[in-house]
Design a protein around this ligand. Structure first.
Ligand code: URA
Length: 193
């Protein structure tokens, strides 16, 4: 049962001390949403608000994501939302390569359990990791170049579509980026899931 597997995984994530972030964080942020969803969003790492609440995208960037999901006709509870890192890096610094290597087996298991047909990558770290994971490493470029494109890869349960998107947090320091994000999220409306 996906819900039981996810619960077991969440408990493992919460007990994880494989890197130092497990000691500095307040709460682990495994992810949330529907385990039966065909659509999964993967961000970078929890920020301060996520760390204090144990939920992904519940701070400022989450407010932007909610606006964008509405444009795509997607309800937050109908999709699964998680991050590359499950614990907050101090001062919201970028994830370190060793942290990504240590933490992504949890994301891999989330993908195995949920089996999404559409994986939306929010920002460079998510796009780069997931594209490499699915054999699309040669197509990885900076997110400003590849956002809004759809990459398709074979998976054990069929095919997966990977769509890199700008990270919603960019809007909090450059409001003009909202237009680009809206355009990409509008496309999500019409992608068969
Ligand atoms: N930024 C992310 O990448 N993830 C969150 O959960 C919040 C902000």
């Amino acid at each position: 049962m996906p819900s039981e597997e996810i619960q077991t995984l969440n408990a493992e994530i919460d007990a994880c001390r494989k890197c130092s972030l497990g000691n500095s964080r307040l709460n682990s942020v495994p992810g949330e949403g529907s385990f039966n969803s065909r659509v999964m969003f993967v961000g970078e790492a929890p920020g301060a608000t996520e760390d204090s609440q144990g939920r992904p995208f519940c701070g400022k960037a989450g407010g932007v994501l909610d606006e964008l999901l509405a444009i795509a006709n997607l309800k937050r509870q109908e999709v699964f939302i998680c991050n590359i890192l499950k614990c907050r890096p101090q001062n919201n610094r970028n994830p370190h390569e060793t942290e990504i290597q240590t933490c992504t087996p949890y994301l891999d298991r989330q993908i195995e359990i949920i089996k999404p047909s559409l994986l939306c990558c929010l920002g460079n770290f998510a796009a780069s990791y997931t594209m490499k994971k699915f054999g699309l490493g040669a197509k990885v470029q900076g997110i400003t170049k590849i956002h809004g494109n759809i990459f398709i890869a074979p998976v054990s349960y069929g095919k997966i579509k990977i769509m890199p998107l700008l990270h919603p947090a960019v809007v909090t320091y450059d409001r003009n980026k909202m237009a680009t994000l809206k355009e990409d999220f509008l496309q999500l409306k019409n992608i068969p899931k």
